[in-house]
Design a protein around this ligand. Structure first.
Ligand code: ZN
Length: 270
C-alpha cells in the first residue's frame, strides 16, 4: 500500500515514543487506521480488544490490555481464518509479501530467485523489468533442473541473478550452480538480525532491510512496528487479508524503535 502523498510531509508527531522521525505523522496515522478497521471488521481483533483492550489507540475506554494488545505469533498463525475480515478475503498468508520494496536496485532484466520450501507463490511486487521465481531448496536437483540451467545461462552472460533465502539454502543453491557470480541476500529473523540481509517472517513477509548506514530500517511504506512489554509488534499496513496487526514476530523479541540519525526514518534494534 502506498501512503498518501502527505504522509511524508509531517514529522512533528512522536512515533513509538521516538522524536522527530521523518514522515512519522503519516506512518502513525496509517497504523491507527489499520487498528480501527481491524477492530471493526476482523474477528480475532474484535474479540481480543473488546474483552481485553489495547493501547495506542485505546479502543475501549478503560481497557488497555496486556502487552499493549499485541498478539502472539503462534496464536496468529493458528487462527488465520479469524484474521480474515468479515466481508471476506484470502486466508492464505503471502510469505513473500513486501519483497519488492526491500530489495536493492537491480538492473532491468534481472532475475530474483527466492528459496522457499513452503509452497510460496512467486513474488508479486517486484519492480518493473525484474522477474522472480521460487525454488524449493530441498528439490533443486530433482524438480528445478530447468531453472538451474536458466540461472547458469544468465550467470554466463553476466545478467544479474539475485538469490534470497536463509544462509543454508543460499549455500545449497550456490553448490548446485556452475558459476560463482550469483548475488545473494540472506533472510534474517528478528531474533537473530546480524549485520546484513532482509528481515523476514513467514507469516508477515518482508519487514525491513539494512540501509547504507548499517542500521535495520523498517519498510515503513508497508509495515509499522511498535514497542510493547512483550516485544516488538509488527503491523502490515493496508487492507490485505489475512489482516496482520500488532503481531509479536519471533513470539516476543525485545527491541527498540528509534530514528536513524542519517536517514531520519525508523530503525530497529534488538
Ligand atoms: Zn539509516
Amino acid at each position: 500500500m502506498a501512503l498518501p502523498r502527505s504522509a511524508d510531509a509531517g514529522g512533528a508527531e512522536p512515533v513509538a515514543h521516538s522524536p522527530l522521525v521523518r514522515g512519522s505523522r503519516g506512518w502513525h496515522a496509517a497504523y491507527r487506521r489499520v487498528v480501527r478497521d481491524a477492530f471493526a471488521t476482523v474477528p480475532l481483533y474484535r474479540e481480543r480488544w473488546a474483552l481485553d483492550g489495547r493501547t495506542d489507540p485505546v479502543l475501549v475506554p478503560g481497557r488497555t490490555g496486556h502487552d499493549g494488545g499485541a498478539i502472539g505469533h503462534g496464536e496468529a498463525t493458528r487462527r488465520i481464518p479469524d484474521l480474515v475480515p468479515i466481508g471476506g478475503g484470502s486466508a492464505e498468508p503471502d510469505p513473500l509479501r513486501g519483497l519488492g520494496s526491500v530489495l536493492p536496485r537491480l538492473d532491468a532484466g534481472g532475475l530474483v530467485v527466492v528459496l522457499d520450501g513452503t509452497g510460496a507463490r512467486p513474488p508479486a511486487d517486484l519492480r518493473e523489468g525484474l522477474r522472480g521465481c521460487v525454488l524449493d531448496p530441498n528439490r533443486l536437483t530433482t524438480d528445478h533442473t530447468g531453472a538451474l540451467a536458466e540461472i547458469n545461462g544468465r550467470l554466463r552472460r553476466r545478467t544479474t541473478v539475485l538469490a534470497v533465502g536463509t544462509d543454508k539454502d543460499l549455500a545449497r543453491l550456490a553448490e548446485a550452480l556452475e558459476d560463482d557470480t550469483l548475488q545473494v541476500l540472506p533472510t534474517r529473523e528478528l531474533s537473530d538480525l546480524g549485520s546484513a540481509g532482509l528481515l523476514h517472517d513467514p507469516l508477515l513477509g518482508f519487514l525491513g532491510n539494512v540501509g547504507d548506514c548499517g542500521r535495520w530500517h523498517v519498510d515503513r511504506r508497508h509495515v509499522y512496528v511498535r514497542e510493547t512489554a512483550a516485544g516488538l509488534a509488527f503491523t502490515v499496513l493496508g487492507k490485505a487479508s489475512p489482516r496482520l496487526v500488532d503481531i509479536l514476530v519471533g513470539d516476543g523479541v525485545p527491541g527498540t524503535v528509534a530514528r536513524c540519525p542519517r536517514h531520519a526514518t525508523p530503525v530497529l534494534k534488538t
